[in-house]
Design a protein around this ligand. Structure first.
Ligand SMILES: Nc1ncnc2c1ncn2[C@@H]1O[C@H](COP(=O)(O)OP(=O)(O)O)[C@@H](O)[C@H]1O
Ligand SMILES: [Mg+2]
Length: 299
């Protein structure tokens, strides 16, 4: 089974990472699979400590409130126990109950929530403090994902706008990454910086670190940038100048160049915002559907 893991990132908040993951998860899951005769089987992981995607999927998926989940139903639990194992109990074998962790979203796709409310408000931002900057900790997420990845065509990861050990570990295990951005000078400069920083992550752990040999063996090849796309485009605005500046910067300062920009634009549409909050894709506006088609062709 050829599972593709796709990481959605940008150090800027509010550019549409969470919105994209929710929309792509549904559109990909309605699309014919390249691996088998059925539709794509999609799994969504939320590693953002704000857990906003989890909140939508848990409540709209009919699982009650995020605060009502049992500890063992969250990604926090996997990290928490694996960290304890590394620190204190290396001989104990951990087996996580799939049925408890993995939830179905409306018969469309699966997800594993993270929670702000885990064990009296121990979010992933608190858990990450106990992680150390070495391969053992960076392997936690992938080691667990490897036990459940079979059976999925795609795994999407929603990330926070920060560079912590959890996001780094999510990046390292990915096959591809996608960057949503807004078209203004500050945000697009941020994208160039983001690409270079995130690519450095792979270089640091899988090429330069003293344990690089094992890291590369474990994580595989460097994640490929599948594309950058423009989100929150307003119809009446002329973006020519911002576009040219950004594209020139991509050519000059990144190894990918302007070809990495996806053709499909996502407009700023109130219907997308409203439907995303309710856990749905927009029936009226198909921007994310067209973008899904474009991305699937590139994989
Ligand atoms: N294409 C869009 N049209 C309208 N609103 C959008 C669109 N994309 C994102 N938004 C809104 O922008 C805000 C930030 O989006 P979000 O996906 O949470 O960004 P991020 O995850 O990068 O922080 C949310 O309120 C969301 O509803
Ligand atoms: Mg988000």
């Amino acid at each position: 089974m050829d599972t593709k893991i796709i990481f959605f990132g940008n150090y800027k908040g509010g550019v549409g990472k969470t919105t994209s993951v929710l929309n792509f998860a549904e559109y990909f899951s309605c699309h014919a699979s390249k691996n088998h005769s059925g539709k794509n089987r999609v799994l969504v992981l939320d590693v953002d400590p704000q857990s906003s995607l989890s909140e939508i999927l848990v409540t709209k998926g009919g699982y009650g409130e995020l605060s009502e989940l049992e500890a063992c139903e969250t990604l926090n639990y996997v990290f928490d126990l694996c960290i304890l194992k590394i620190k204190k109990y290396n001989d104990i074998e951990l087996k996580f109950d799939k049925d408890c962790l993995i939830k179905k979203y409306k018969n469309l796709y699966d997800f594993v929530p993270s929670s702000l409310f885990y064990r009296n408000n121990v979010g992933l931002d608190t858990i990450v403090i106990d992680m150390e900057d070495n391969i053992q900790y960076l392997c936690i997420l992938k080691s667990w994902v490897d036990t459940i990845r079979e059976g999925y065509d795609y795994i999407f990861i929603d990330c926070p706008p920060t560079n912590n050990l959890i996001t780094r570990s999510a990046f390292l295990m990915s096959d591809y990454y996608i960057i949503p951005t807004i078209l203004d000078g500050l945000s697009t400069n941020g994208v160039v910086h983001y690409i270079n920083t995130i690519e450095e992550t792979y270089k640091k752990y899988c090429e330069e670190d003293e344990d690089a040999l094992i890291a590369k063996h474990f994580f595989g090849e460097k994640p490929q940038l599948l594309g950058v796309f423009y989100n929150l485009i307003r119809g009446q605005v002329n973006y020519d100048e911002e576009k040219e500046d950004f594209e020139a910067a991509l050519d000059k300062y990144t190894s990918y160049g302007r070809e990495v920009i996806l053709d499909t634009l996502i407009n700023n549409l109130i219907d997308i915002a409203r439907e995303t909050k309710d856990g749905n894709v927009s029936i009226k506006k198909k921007d994310f559907k067209w973008l899904t088609e474009e991305i699937i062709k590139k994989i």
